[in-house]
Design a binder for this molecule. Sequence first.
Ligand SMILES: *Cc1c(COP(=O)(O)O)cnc(C)c1O
Length: 346
Amino acid sequence: MHQQDWVIDLRSDTLTQPTREMKEAMMMASLGDDVFGEDPTVRQLEGKLAGIFGMEAGLFCPSGTMSNQIAIRLHTRPQTELICHKDSHIYLYEGGGIMSNSHASVKLLDGEAGKIQAEAIREAINPDDDHVPETALVSLENTMNKGGGSVYFLDEIRPIRQLCKETGLKLHLDGARLFNALIHSGERAHDWGKMCDTISLCLSKGLGCPVGSVLLGSHADIKKARKIRKALGGGMRQAGMLAAAGIYALDHHVARLEDDHERARVVGEILGKIPNVTEVLPVLTNIVIVRLEKVSPESFLEQLAEKNIRAVKFGKDRIRMVTHLDLEDRHLEALEERLSRWKAKF
Ligand SMILES: *Cc1c(COP(=O)(O)O)cnc(C)c1O
């Protein structure tokens, strides 16, 4: 194939294909009926991740949306409220599930790089008053997708944890890309496990699995979470084939996230040279968000597509590119080549 012909697909880290070795691990997995609690590979994955974060138990779920929604259902009751950033995945991209699954209200906060801080949360907690819903939960996202893959550090979480303790709120972490955050910060998974009541982790993003997320929490919470998963239709039978991919990824695909981060920095540099790109959000992990001027995202994406480069619109004047397991240095060289001397049409 001619170099210009292959597609450079930067739309998402969910697009990756399982590697041959991952497929072999899936083929070899011991299986059982996980609704009966009898799939040894699912149990192994749940136990392994719980161990990594020093939490008591885990629950394998079909998607990150489901594991987040289960956590929200677990920590709220109808007529209570959760607090999150206005750009949170749980609010923007989960089909309104907070409302339909949990009948809960949402208080949206603003904050730099998609992050909210303890002081703003404190002010957002409702008083004990008949007029207002009772605040029940704080939900954070790390890395923060819409914040450009921004990272929360433990020093930011500690005061939030303390506040939740004082006020009786639960703390959930949407850690779809938490491993990316830990690779960036160098912080220990165990320390994060101590901070949160529940953590949702995605296996099908940077870790490169075809399907799957895991919710971590206490024994008591995960027992309840199993029941909620069943009611949402998420009880899976011989799911060990999918869990085996997760175990393989935890052993082989975590440290290499650093490569994705390095490549994302290069993507940011390449995009920064395009005249219509006015701002590249700081690139800390595997997500690159740029702001455009004098060209709409739609038109810009179309012109990229003509060069066999794919990205997604991410707001009225923004596009997003994500690096991942199926992206190699040769793709970056091609990206630079295809975008050099290129001027977007207005
Ligand atoms: C991808 C993602 C999820 C979960 O998405 P699914 O496609 O349902 O697995 C949750 N939160 C964030 C921040 C994500 O990027």
